[in-house]
Design a protein around this ligand. Structure first.
Ligand code: A2P
Length: 421
């Protein structure tokens, strides 16, 4: 039979597959992401959203003895296919042939971009809240040009703080230059970086994924560079002091230091390219990176008279001084971008989240969503996803429409994109 497995060498541990799997067949520990053969039904929902293709592995194993979760959690590389003896072939032939045929068909369908039987509305797989297809006018992305086997070296040409110095949130704008190495990217894509060193078991650290914060033609136009928005992590999810390995490495980089990069990744969270396109961008903290990339792309296009859509931004941060890029954002003209800042810990102001502001602006949000040229992008804390979807639901309801129908249409048309972590 063919066993669905994740290649530990290629996986960047972004959690997309685990979030996407409709039947909870995928799990992980601090080392690997793994697929439970007893649960996985080869529905393929996880395959298109995986940014690296690490998920798309179908290894020949003996029927009845798939690799266990414990084995997979300890792998550093995928094992070779298992060999069948003649007796086993006879005994298991019909079962394994059927399973192999199903997996092969599923694999071929995925490779050809054809979707499985378990697809959702209008042929779009059910992959959570967001769409698994890009907007119709998105440019064709390049993906996986550099992998863990052939990373590219980039040079740091800038690293500066974009939050006020005396605040707790140390968020950095880091500019990487690729010199003569081709590194074509689109707004919404990400890269991954290898922190140097090894973990407590002596294994080299895995690469960490970061959204690109600059437009396709470079942080500096016509330079082969890009920028990232990185927050220094000093605690784990339980609040214990555990400095983040990669974020601290990146935040401490100096000009002319070099980093090992793989990517680019991502083929769905991409901006529309037609001049009439409108963007509703909803983000918290460093989730602003792709929004900055898209906004700057639109600003440059506007200067070339190649953009006349509308931009609406909902941006959440603790305080104004902890909101990355606050100064440059405030310099953008109000007739270019409709900015809504949700500040949760600003003294003397009530706590506001992005979803609160979406509710306040429900009429405008619903009107913009009603336009087929409008795409929605959500990026930031996992916790905001549900609240934002409820707020969109409420806005659509007020406009006399049914959210489930509108939601399904947005997903099917590649107009709703979600990246939360
Ligand atoms: P809070 O003050 O409650 O932490 P961070 O600075 O941690 O990256 O967070 C960015 C912003 O996102 C903060 O204002 C934070 O508010 C807010 N936030 C936290 N949880 C949610 C949520 N469930 N929905 C929307 N915003 C949230």
């Amino acid at each position: 039979m063919k066993q669905h497995l994740i290649d530990p060498e290629v996986c960047i541990r972004c959690n997309t597959c685990e979030e996407t799997c409709p039947i909870d067949a995928i799990t992980h520990d601090s080392n690997n992401y793994v697929v439970d053969a007893a649960i996985c039904n080869h529905c393929m929902a996880c395959v298109p959203p995986c940014p690296t293709g690490a998920i798309d592995n179908w290894l020949s194993v003996l029927a009845g003895s798939p690799h266990t979760l414990e084995e997979q959690l300890n792998w550093e590389v995928l094992p070779p296919p298992q060999e069948e003896s003649g007796a086993q072939l006879e005994a298991d032939g019909s079962v394994s042939a059927a399973a192999a045929a199903r997996a092969a068909a599923a694999g071929a369908a995925a490779a050809a971009g054809i979707l499985s039987e378990d697809s959702g509305l209008d042929g779009v797989p059910s992959t959570g809240a967001g769409s698994s297809v890009p907007p119709w006018s998105a440019a064709q992305p390049q993906v996986n040009l550099y992998t863990h086997k052939n990373p590219v070296t980039a040079t740091v040409v800038g690293n500066y703080r974009v939050t006020d110095e005396d605040t707790e949130s140390d968020i950095r704008h880091i500019v990487l230059d690729f010199g003569a190495a081709p590194f074509p990217v689109l707004e919404g894509q990400s890269i991954a970086i290898f922190p140097p060193g090894t973990d407590s078991s002596g294994r080299a650290f895995h690469a960490r994924q970061y959204s690109i914060a600059s437009p396709r033609d470079g942080e500096r136009p016509r330079y082969n560079n890009l920028s990232l928005t990185v927050k220094r992590v000093m605690t784990d999810s339980a609040g214990n002091v555990v400095p983040g390995v990669c974020s601290n490495y990146l935040c401490d980089l100096k000009k002319n230091d070099t980093v090992q990069v793989i990517g680019p990744f991502g083929s769905t969270f991409l901006m529309p390219n037609h001049p009439e396109a409108n963007l509703i961008m909803i983000c918290t903290g460093t989730g602003s990176a792709p929004m900055r990339a898209m906004t700057e792309r639109c600003r440059r296009q506007l200067k070339e008279k190649a953009f006349n859509g509308r931009l609406m931004l909902f941006f959440g941060a603790r305080t104004q001084r902890e909101l990355p890029y606050f100064g440059p954002l405030m310099n953008l003209p109000a007739d270019f971008i409709d900015i809504n800042l949700a500040l949760s810990r600003e003294p003397s102001q009530p706590k506001r989240y992005v979803q609160d502001l979406i509710r306040e602006r429900a009429v405008d949000v619903a009107r913009l969503l009603d336009n087929e040229n409008t795409c929605v992008f959500i990026c930031g804390l996992k916790g905001m996803e549900e609240g934002v979807l409820h707020a969109l639901d409420a806005a659509i309801g007020l406009a006399g429409q049914e959210w489930p129908e509108v939601h399904a249409k947005l997903k099917a048309q590649g107009r709703l994109h979600v990246e939360t972590y």
